[in-house]
Write a protein that binds this ligand. Structure first.
Ligand code: PGA
Length: 252
């Protein structure tokens, strides 16, 4: 059985002192939470803190992640950060196509697919986010939307698709305290798994994470679904006790 992956998405939160305090506390509790070693842990931090967090997590078993990556290799793209630059800081994961980037930065499916390509060709594992808005769910469009989002990534990346991580994040559940029920989430995860299966024989190895108001209480049922391989954790990743409690559930 593959290990569950619990990735924290700090979003635009933190600071030098706060990061150090949070990671200190997480590392203190990690040995206990990971008693059975059945989980992998990562934190996706704001780019300016990659260097600091690289140092702080060294040797702790926590992997480092970024929250975005440029679709370009290098050049005149003010403000952007390339996959090669992330590699310089031993970044293992980069979140790509988070709904907040799709919404506030007008990232399209095609743009997201290019970012995934750039990450994969540099050896950074993209955590590709897909998910429907409340209006789309109410219109019965959930499956169509997530399949369209993933299809763009599959088209651009061919057989390399087995190297990605997928995160199903219903937009209506992000930061709202409203979670998809385990059955709702599993149904979408099964659709995504089937879509991956039609492109790679290694689809069962791909981690499909759930994200959207996951906490220690709802993680128990969510993480016991057959196609939910971990979580992308926003708010709860900013409190050591909450993050550790989710990790402990995943490591069972
Ligand atoms: P949340 O965020 O856990 O705060 O809902 C998840 C995410 O946006 O990745």
């Amino acid at each position: 059985m593959k290990q569950k992956l619990i990735a924290g998405n700090w979003k635009m939160n933190g600071g030098l002192a706060a990061n150090e305090a949070l990671l200190h506390e997480v590392q203190q509790g990690l040995a206990h939470a990971l008693a059975s070693k059945h989980a992998q842990v990562a934190v996706c931090v704001p780019a300016v803190y990659l260097s600091q967090v690289q140092r702080l997590v060294l040797g702790s078993g926590i992997d480092l992640g970024a929250q975005d990556v440029s679709a370009h290799e290098h050049g005149a793209y003010t403000g952007e950060i390339s996959a090669a630059m992330l590699k310089d800081f031993a970044v293992r994961y980069a979140i790509v196509g988070h709904s907040e980037r799709r919404q506030y930065h007008a990232e399209t499916d095609a743009h997201v697919a290019l970012k995934v390509q750039r990450a994969l060709s540099t050896g950074v594992t993209p955590i590709v986010c897909v998910g429907e808005t409340l209006a789309e769910r109410e219109a019965g469009m959930t499956e169509v939307v997530v399949k369209r989002q993933l299809a763009a990534v599959i088209r651009a990346n061919g057989h390399c698709i087995s190297e990605i991580v997928v995160a199903y994040e219903p937009v209506w559940a992000i930061g709202t305290g409203q979670t998809a029920s385990p059955e709702q989430a599993q149904a979408v995860h099964a659709v995504l798994r089937a879509q991956l299966k039609s492109s790679t024989v290694h689809a069962d190895h791909v981690h499909i994470l759930y994200g959207g108001s996951m906490n220690a209480a709802n993680a128990v049922e969510l993480l016991s679904q057959p196609d939910i391989d971990g979580g992308l954790i926003g708010g709860a990743a900013l409190k050591a006790a909450d993050f550790l409690a989710i990790i402990a559930v995943a490591a069972r």
